[in-house]
Design a protein around this ligand. Sequence first.
Ligand code: TEU
Length: 530
Amino acid sequence: MNYYQKEFLPLVVYQVYPKSFCDGNGDGVGDFKGFESKLNYLKELGVNAVWFSPCFPSPNVDNGYDISDYCDIDSVYGNLEEFKSLIKKMHSMGIKVILDLVANHTSDKHKWFLESKKSKDNKYSDYYYWVDEPLNDWPSHNFGTSVWEYSKERNQYYLHSFAKEQPDLNWTNKEVRKEIKEVVKFWVNLGVDGFRCDVLDMISKDFSILDDSGNGNGPKLDEYLNELFGDENLKHVFTVGECWGVNLERYRKVCGENSKELKSSFSFGHILKHIGESRFIKKDFKFSEFASEMYAWVNATKEDLLYPLVLENHDQPRIVSKYGDENEYRYESATMLATLTYCLKGIPFIFQGQEIGMVNAKYEDISFYDDIETINYYNNRIKTNPETVMEECVFGSRDNGRRMIAWNGEKPKKFWLEPHNLHGKINVENDLNSENSIYKYYQHLLKIRSENQTLIHGDFNEIITSDGFTVYERKDKDKTFYIVCNYKNKTKIDIDLSNFEVILSNYGRKNLKGFSELKPYEAIIAVKQN
Ligand code: TEU
């Protein structure tokens, strides 16, 4: 087992979207006071690291992904002193702290940009990409329009890969690279254990490529990442890139043990199998394609790399709504998807609310949405497809992951985003009191994982995968685990598991005597000693 896998595979990361996790002071926005009150809830779930989506000062055009000060805490969440004590408290509970590093762009209200746009010859003039004429026709991600925005002050255009209020930093400028490195050092010195790195491969671009594939994974990416994270004293800092341009082929170079670039990077292919040309448009989904894509990544990374195991995040709709059953089999499908994913070899990432099986909210009016991407999509789409546009927003909106966590059935009087329409039904209190608690299943699953090295470090082998079900094993010299996961229909199964013991079942199965048929969304973890 190499250094990387030994050090980082035992992580179980929980993603907190600070605005929507827990409102401790009743102002209608989540905060660290609220978060702290839920630390035991997370500890008991089996989590040992928390990734906070951006919690820095921000005008919130893109909910914190437009940062106006990298080295402070937004006053809506608390302050820096409180955050320092929070880090201490989390460490005392054995929970690591991972921050979101948004290094590709800042807010247009960041001091650097405010100065930069003033003139062509001040200290910050070249902190951003300024050009006399647009260099290409790249469309901005998520927001539709051109990436080039005219600014009267400089009589020039600046680049924004996302909203126009999110200008891209010019990474070809050494001073910019130094600044971001200082940001990393600042947080590491405060005790932060890692970073989730927002669209990090976009820091190197190739403007000569006419389509926007040039906006990422550019020629200098390896150099910049080495410079940012390659120092020996950052060896223990965990990093996970959101690098859409880093495919399996590039993974070893960027995330290999000796690369000093990143420790790992998300791959999202398996959770996008249900969408067509955009996240708002549905496509037929095959269970086998979902499982097979994850298996391909596990196989390619199993020796010495780290594969983040992910089902949801703040940009994605809820997994039960995508691949499960929101109604009759919500418990079964939520737990089956978790079993399939989190028994694989890799690092589990759990997005807030996933552990109680939250589903997409159903609001038929755009006024119930806040996300800039959804609003832009709606405003464009309504012109051509007024009949389907709302259905598409319900299906694909990033707000599906951003509605507040319902800790109990009481709807708050005030919240920055309309709470979930099922707040009264799908909430933590109800889940914990239910005979079929999804939280308790997750807790059990993570406990089994943490107590069995085989499930963390053992080999992976796919046994069988079809459109109806899949079986794989995790194995080392001590134990063999079989993970059996069924999709939506009952399935006859012909696998001899008579000498295996059931250690987890989402149908309360105690043993495998006479086992020949799987129920809808059934999941079984079975084990034998070797
Ligand atoms: O997301 C990157 C991003 O643009 C994704 O939304 C991606 O393009 C899309 O999912 C492809 O289907 C990150 C953050 O996670 C997101 O919240 C921010 O809006 C964005 O960067 C800008 O910072």
